[in-house]
Design a protein around this ligand. Structure first.
Ligand code: BGC
Ligand code: BGC
Length: 630
């Protein structure tokens, strides 16, 4: 019997040599009652058992995170891929309703269960200000606004709601929170940062992680958090990034500065046991983070993080030289957001192991972490979302929290001659297309990577996104500023105009100005002035003899010296999201006084940027008026 078997194996080997396909490792059959499938056993034992069946290629495939457009469900079955993500603009082809997501992600999950080992996948998405790629979901203010609100309790609630809405859609991993300490507001990701100092960033990041993972990772409505981008993304300097901007650039800061300012939020974050951390596209004094073993070791050994480390989108390509995947993996990255060429990834990394460029121990360590997370999340037992949470998406209750977040995020910069609060008895003029543009109020990372805008388009790709949104009916649920004011006062009392040339009988004008959506490097800008059209709006409103209340919708402080003399009141509203209208209206009418304080210094001119401790600016960090004190 034994003899026949060895003859057979010998023959098989010959056959395979002659057909040019040598099996690298024998695949063992997996018994139905394999120990790793037994939920009663300790996780460690289950991992050990699963490991005993895994070939090298299967281990490497677990380390692959692939974009949904690059891998079909059957690729997941065939290769046993570890994770799928939907990037900024990607998702189900049937539409972005939560039920489309649910069906789409479940299809991938089912495909994973049909793979040889039946290991479930992690499915990742950027729900960075609520689940903003699901139609009808609650879209919260971007982080810069939440930094001005500076309310950890609220932050935790936002994390919780986001986790519920994301899980409802069959997604189990959220690439959030971003704990960047942005030091140069010319950076296109400034709005993803809670503030320019760690004392604001650290507690808010920690609170949000608690919200996302509340009740433990095994809970059906919990998702794995992903603290990003480790680290120093907010330290990169102008001129070192993409196209001479900041994003993905380099920092000259000393190690000490890097520690006190940029490492600090990770120290707090790690205490909350976040499931994962994402590596930054940036570098420190020429050393790219994607190959930076020194700082990744600090994260492991000094901060004590033992969760999964994932790369950013093709982040290994920041590196030079040969074997850049191996460089990243050897630096300590466990999973690679490839995002597309998974076949060559599996081939190359497996070959690297055979050639001794990556040790087997390193692969085992990475894969153990990935499997551990999947076991801890209960994915082997409960891999599929069942739709029971769908009714929890975008509820009135969640919208109430969003409204509170908007209201608390508003910073009153100026209020002369009791311009605010407004009175319901008086008619008002509402000026500017941004007042009715939900896409503008939400900013980037909303439906599409770079967001959308229905009324004010300054960029080609924004136009393109907006058309797709229109065609596919994928708008964000919420209420614009114009709609809220109209609801509150009745149409008769509102005079709307695009440019401020018609203020009707109003004595006060609400002029909504600011930025149009952008994302990552597309938002890097060396000119943070107000656009000509917006300046004209303010000046027109003033020339009609009305008091001007400027509401600025923006992802960062803007240079407002040109308009400030024409404004009686100025409100920084950041990127408020779904409840922009109600939250702003609540404050303008004095239902709640303003409580938001600047988490970034507001510069007087571009010369005040980047931020230094000595910068005074136009309004200092911590500044924010109240109406009652006026
Ligand atoms: C961004 C990350 C994001 C990832 C996935 C990258 O370009 O830097 O913040 O999580 O894409 O969309
Ligand atoms: C983003 C992805 C996005 C892609 C578009 C990446 O940097 O993070 O989410 O879809 O770029 O090219």
């Amino acid at each position: 019997m034994k003899r026949t078997r060895s003859i057979f194996l010998l023959l098989l080997t010959f056959m395979l040599i002659f057909t040019g396909c040598i099996p690298r490792q024998e695949q063992q059959n997996i018994p139905d009652r394999a120990k790793y499938k037994n939920a009663d056993l300790p996780i460690e034992e289950r991992i050990n058992d699963l490991f005993s069946y895994m070939t090298l290629e299967e281990k490497v495939a677990q380390m692959a995170q692939v974009a949904n457009y690059a891998a079909s469900p059957s690729d997941v079955t065939d290769k046993g891929l570890g994770s799928i993500l939907s990037g900024g603009s990607d998702g189900p082809y049937s539409g972005f309703k939560p039920e489309n997501w649910l069906e789409f992600c479940n299809e991938y999950q089912k495909a994973a269960l049909e793979s040889r080992l039946g290991i479930p996948i992690l499915y990742g998405i950027d729900a960075v200000h609520g689940h903003a790629k699901a139609v009808g979901a609650t879209v919260f203010p971007h982080n810069i606004g939440l930094g001005a609100a500076n309310d950890p309790g609220l932050m935790e609630k936002i994390g919780r709601i986001t986790a519920v809405e994301v899980s409802a859609s069959g997604i189990n991993w959220n690439f959030s929170p971003c704990v960047a300490v942005a030091r140069d507001i010319r950076w296109g990701r400034t709005y993803e940062s809670f503030g320019e100092t760690p004392d604001i960033v650290s507690p808010l990041g920690a609170a949000y992680i608690r919200g996302l993972q509340a009740g433990g990772l095994g809970k059906r409505d919990s998702v794995a958090a992903c603290v990003k981008h480790y680290f120093g993304d907010g330290a990169a300097e102008w001129g070192t990034g993409i196209d001479g901007g900041i994003d993905q650039g380099d920092s000259k800061a000393t190690d000490e500065e890097m520690r006190t300012i940029h490492l600090a939020p990770y120290i707090e974050a790690v205490k909350q046991n976040p499931a994962t951390i994402m590596i930054s596209f940036s570098g420190i004094r020429g050393e790219e983070m994607h190959g930076n073993k020194k700082w990744i070791d600090i994260l492991r050994n000094e901060l004590g993080f033992d969760g999964l480390i994932v790369s950013d989108w093709a982040g290994h390509k920041q590196l030079n030289g040969s074997n850049i995947l191996a460089q990243s993996i050897n630096a300590g990255i466990d999973m690679i957001m490839i995002p597309d060429t998974f076949d060559s990834f599996i081939l190359e990394v497996s070959q690297n192991v055979r050639d001794g460029i990556i040790s087997e121990e390193r692969i085992n360590e990475a894969v153990r972490r990935i499997l551990k997370l999947k076991f801890e999340m209960g994915l082997f037992e409960n891999p599929l979302a069942d739709g029971t949470l769908l009714s929890s998406v975008g509820t009135d209750e969640s919208m109430k929290t969003a409204r509170e977040a908007v209201r608390k995020s508003l910073v009153l910069l100026k209020n002369n001659k009791n311009a605010l609060p407004l009175s319901e008895d008086d008619p008002v003029a509402v000026i500017g297309t941004k007042s009715k543009d939900m896409g503008v109020m939400c900013g980037g990372w909303t439906v599409y990577w770079g967001g959308y805008s229905m009324h004010e388009k300054l960029r080609g790709w924004l136009d393109d996104n907006s058309q797709k949104i229109k065609a596919q009916n994928m708008f964000v649920k919420g209420t614009t500023i114009l709609d809220s004011l109209t609801e509150r006062l009745g149409e008769d009392k509102i005079s709307y105009s695009d440019n401020g040339e018609n203020t009707g009988p109003a004595k006060k004008s609400i002029v909504v100005i600011g930025e149009v959506p952008y994302v990552e490097f597309t938002g890097d800008s060396n000119d943070l002035g107000i656009s000509e059209e917006d300046v004209a709006r303010v000046k027109n409103a003033r020339s009609k003899g009305t008091q001007v209340i400027a509401v600025i919708i923006s992802g960062r402080p803007l240079i407002i010296t040109e308009i400030e003399p024409y404004c009686d009141a100025i409100v920084a509203a950041w990127l408020p999201g779904s409840m922009a209208g109600p939250g702003i209206t609540d404050a303008l009418y004095g239902d709640h006084d303003f409580t938001g304080k600047l988490s970034f210094t507001w510069p007087r001119s571009m010369k005040d940027i980047p931020f230094k401790e000595s910068t005074k600016g136009m309004y200092p960090r911590g500044y924010g008026l109240q109406m009652k004190s006026e």
